[in-house]
Design a protein around this ligand. Structure first.
Ligand code: 13P
Ligand code: SF4
Length: 333
């Protein structure tokens, strides 16, 4: 297929929709293309196991942005969601950044349109804006300091006491930070569709059935769930906890993609995904799961879909990410 035809097909759907020869060894092909094109694949822990297995680096949002800033590859293929690929582009504007499916969005990023946020910001003059990295590049242009779940406490603590702080877009992470830092944050009303779906009743029953099990949770979960958790942390912190803790059973209250690495690291332990309220797979992030091995291969082959951003947006959005990376470095993260 010609590149132009591939571009036209991509325009329609946001991903390349092309029949692939079923006899093709996709993993081998992906390894060959990576080498040929000097490409690196960065994957978030919520990706399907097959994608994690072909990635050069798997990590949480902070680790992935640190990798994107440091790589000398010519192409970064981001197996994650749109805001992550945008962050990689902001940090490495000279590189080609690919996202296998342009529709891989994020409910948190969607909950905070930049124009509405600008009005919110105007209503709180003098406040420092801290935005969770799960937001659009445009929102980052209105942000003073970015943060991820692994450095958010350090970021809030870096701001002078008595300075008002707006925190967007995740109100659950915001409430967690209020408890952890004792600061009074002005919260935007956004949530992650995955982390608010867990059933407390079903988790309670699981705890009765497995009294020894530790409940581990991501801070994007609702406060009622976090109150009951034995450990709260970013995806990488949750993974490390399961490696180091001697308990054998863990109830995992985050997107279950992370369990792939937990099982690999501790095959003798049992990991139970925290169940959602309905009998559905809605604890899986529908955005993260838009990426497939087939789309990764097509994306590398055609070097599409590519993330492009306005130069002005890149330079304005970069400041808040650089501040976050500086604070993380000082904190040894
Ligand atoms: P971390 O991997 O940084 O904990 O973020 C989780 C998440 O929701 C990514 O979308
Ligand atoms: Fe966004 Fe939630 Fe999916 Fe993470 S898990 S990408 S926060 S919708």
């Amino acid at each position: 297929m010609s590149l132009q035809l591939a571009k036209d097909r991509l325009e329609e759907k946001g991903f390349l929709d092309i029949d692939i020869d079923p006899t093709l060894d996709l993993k081998e092909e992906i390894f060959r293309l990576k080498k040929e094109k000097n490409a690196i694949i960065l994957a978030h822990y919520y990706q399907e196991g097959d994608i994690q297995d072909i990635a050069d680096f798997i990590g949480d949002s902070l680790q992935l942005s640190q990798k994107a800033a440091a790589t000398d590859a010519d192409i970064i293929l981001f197996a994650g969601v749109h805001f992550m690929a945008e962050t990689a582009k902001i940090l490495s504007p000279e590189k080609k950044v690919l996202l296998p499916d342009l529709h891989a969005g994020c409910s948190l990023a969607d909950s905070c349109p930049a124009d509405q946020f600008e009005q919110f910001k105007k209503a709180h003059p003098g406040a420092v804006v801290v935005a969770y990295v799960n937001c659009t590049a445009e929102l980052k242009t209105l942000t003073d300091i970015c943060c991820t779940s692994s450095n958010a406490v350090h970021v809030i603590n870096s701001i002078e006491k008595d300075t008002p702080i707006i925190f967007a877009p995740d109100k659950n992470l915001g409430k967690y930070l209020i408890r952890k830092t004792g600061r009074d944050l002005i919260l935007w009303n956004g949530t992650c569709m995955v982390h608010e779906i867990f059933s407390y009743e079903k988790i309670h029953k699981l705890k009765i059935r497995h009294p020894e099990a530790k409940l581990i949770a991501h801070p994007e979960c609702e406060p009622e769930l976090l109150e009951k958790a034995d450990f709260i942390g970013s995806t990488s912190a949750l993974l490390n906890y399961t490696k180091q803790n001697h308990t054998h059973t863990f109830i995992v209250a985050t997107e279950p993609g992370i369990i792939h690495q937990m099982k690999k690291a501790s095959p003798e332990k049992t990991f139970i995904p925290a169940p959602p309220q309905n009998n559905c797979a809605c604890n899986e992030c529908p955005h993260m799961k838009r990426n497939t091995l087939e789309k990764v291969w097509l994306s590398l082959k055609y070097e599409l879909p590519e993330i492009t951003l306005d130069e002005e947006v890149i330079s304005k959005a970069r400041t808040c990410i650089d501040r976050m990376l500086e604070i993380s470095k000082k904190a040894g993260l």
